[in-house]
Structure formats: structure tokens, C-alpha cells
Write a protein that binds this ligand. Sequence first.
Ligand code: PLP
Length: 403
Amino acid sequence: MEFDRLFQSQLDQLKEEGNYRIFAELQRECGAFPRVQNHGHGQDEVTVWCSNDYLGMGQHPTVMNAMIETVKSCGTGAGGTRNISGNAHHHKLLEAELADLHHKEDALLFTSGYVSNWAALSTLGSRLPNAVILSDELNHASMIEGIRHARCQKVIWKHNDPADLDRKLAGLPANATKIVAFESVYSMDGDIAPIAEILDVCEKHGALSYIDEVHAVGMYGPRGGGVAEREGLMDRITLIEGTLGKAYGVVGGYISGSRALCDFIRSFASGFIFTTALPPAVAAAATASIKHLKESSVERDMQKRQVARLRARLDAEGIPHEKNASHIIPVMVKDPVKCRMLSDILMDQFGIYVQPINYPTVPKGTERLRFTPGPLHSDEDIEFLVQALKTLWKQCAIAHAVA
Ligand code: PLP
């Protein structure tokens, strides 16, 4: 009970700041996505506008069948770590698929994208001689944790600023092993890194390049290999990290790179060695999803169309949103309490689910609603969302004027 008081006081503080997280309770219905059943407050059926199942692959028949058939043939779990239970054949097939996706010699699976970043960066930073990790200031929490765990020297460079990276690399001793860690698509602002310029700087200083393409794989490039594929840069990057849990609609994470690099991480990363491997059925479903998106651009094309359409309609109605070159549309609210309130009203009155993005996911004062239109949102869904936002924005303007 004494402990509960300690827990509660910090929870109360979160609530006071408006940063206490309340999760919706939703149930996806296969075939109906982005429509889902709502078991929490609000309407019984809601339309999801913030999913990271960006292309709806989580309900694609090919992906589902691969998972179902593999459960029937191989059972559910992997039976342990790969160290103990060995590689499932489906793990190796998936790694070959990923290596091919990124035109690399090899790939290595992890239980999530978070774990892959954490394990790979901490292993590189702790094992390479005189390692220094240079991290973009807006890198994801999983990269930050990996770097922290590496306990090597860390240098933060200005977001998406190759000139600052250049200056910081130039200040390091010649015997340092320099590791430059950055993302392609930044998930909260939706901006895209100047990858070619960053690679120019890495090459000038002989630095290892580490890119997180979590919010890009499946969606960018002719085969879904990410922004680096689209820009013809994959061969210049030392390590490409990605997830199987977003556009591919399953779960898991990976790195891809040279055979020696993957073997090095496999051999030394505790986050790989000491945890139960992904179920073979998950690996088979992810393989099916990657294979499908290598061949099919239908989902990507439709996503691009719906993203452009929502942006155009928001512009036409004067609803402010951040301009960027990705599929992520942030609508800035800049206040945690208002952000939650808008999200609640959208859910309760309009059957629209978009979660408030508050601190610590984004810095305080930059709270936002983050919309991710996908190929399964209809034009009518977009119109309904825009009209709902228009109504709320009008009410806010009236409230503002009265105040
Ligand atoms: N990297 C970035 C940039 C992310 O945004 C996320 C998750 O949202 C991750 C890594 C972690 O990936 P996963 O959800 O597969 O653990």
C-alpha cells in the first residue's frame, strides 16, 4: 500500500499535466478495417485514422492465409530462443526475403523494431573500438535507449542537418569508429531525411551509416524497400533497420547489411540471443506481406492518392496541418488538454478515432493529432473527417472569440 502511494502520486502528476495516457479499447474486424468495434467510450463502431498498419496488410488474405496455414503446420510458438531451439526454416526464409528487399547480403530478425534498434545500436556502440554514435536529435526512443545502453561517447546532431553532422564528425579523433544513426521518415512530423547528403558526409568521414526505415518500408520505393530504395541509395548504407509491424501488418523487427555485420550482431546482441524468437507463423505472414508489396503497387498508389486528397481537403477548409513529403499528416494543437479533448469529441460525437499525441512522444507545446490516411479509407471517409474537423475548428474559433 505504501508503494501504491508512490505510484499514485506520479500518476496524479501526469493527470494534472494532461499527459496521462488513456487507451481506446478497439477490436478490429477482419475485412472491415479501418472500421473497428469500439468497446470504450463513444460510438460502437469507429473509423481509425491513426493506424500504423499503413496499407491495411494486417487483413490482407495472402498474409492471413500464410499465418493460418503455418500455425496449422508448425504450431504457435518458436519454442525458445534461436540459440536453444535453432532457426525455424521460416525465420531463414524471411531473412532471405529481407536481404533481397534491401539488396544486402543478409538480414537478422528481432521480436520488434524497438528491440532491433536497441540491440543493434547497443552492440555496435559497446563492441566497436573507440565507438562514437552520432544521433539525429529527433531519433526514436528505441535508438536513444540503444545508444544509452552502448555506454560509448554520444554526439547529438541537429535534426536533418548534414552540415552540423559534418562539423561534429570533423571534431572527432581519427581513431574513433563513427556510427551515424538517423531515420528516413520521422513519424511524428512526417519529414524525410536528406539521405544522400547525410551519406556524403558519412563517406567523407569514413562513418558507418545506420538508418531506421520503420515508417518507410513497404511504402516507399518500387518494391517497398523504403526511401533509400526510392532514391537509389541502399548500397551506400551500412545498416538498414525496419519493422514488420507497420506497413507489413504483422510484428517483428530486423536489420539488414553485410553477412559479417549480421553475424556480429547475432553473436553479441543480448536482445537477439536471450529472447524467444518470433513464431514461425509470424515470420511466414511477414514474408508473404513483403513478397506481395514487392510486386504490387496498388496499395502504395492508393495510399498516395488518399494522402493527397486529405491534404487538399484540409487546405480547402483552412484546417492547418504540417506540410511534409510523407504519408503522415500532423494537425498541430499545441496543448495537451485540448488535444485530448478534440480526440475525445471526435470519438464520442463523430465515431472518428485519432489518438492525441502528447509528451513524451513529442515535446511539450507541440501536441498534435496525427492522421495516417491509407488505401482503405474511402473518399467518403475523408469527407466525413474533414467536415468533423471543420465543425470543431469553427467551435474553437467561436469559443476563442467569446473568451
Ligand atoms: N523506430 C521508429 C522510428 C519507430 O517509430 C518505432 C515505433 O513506432 C520503432 C522504431 C519501433 O518499431 P516497433 O513498433 O516494430 O517496435
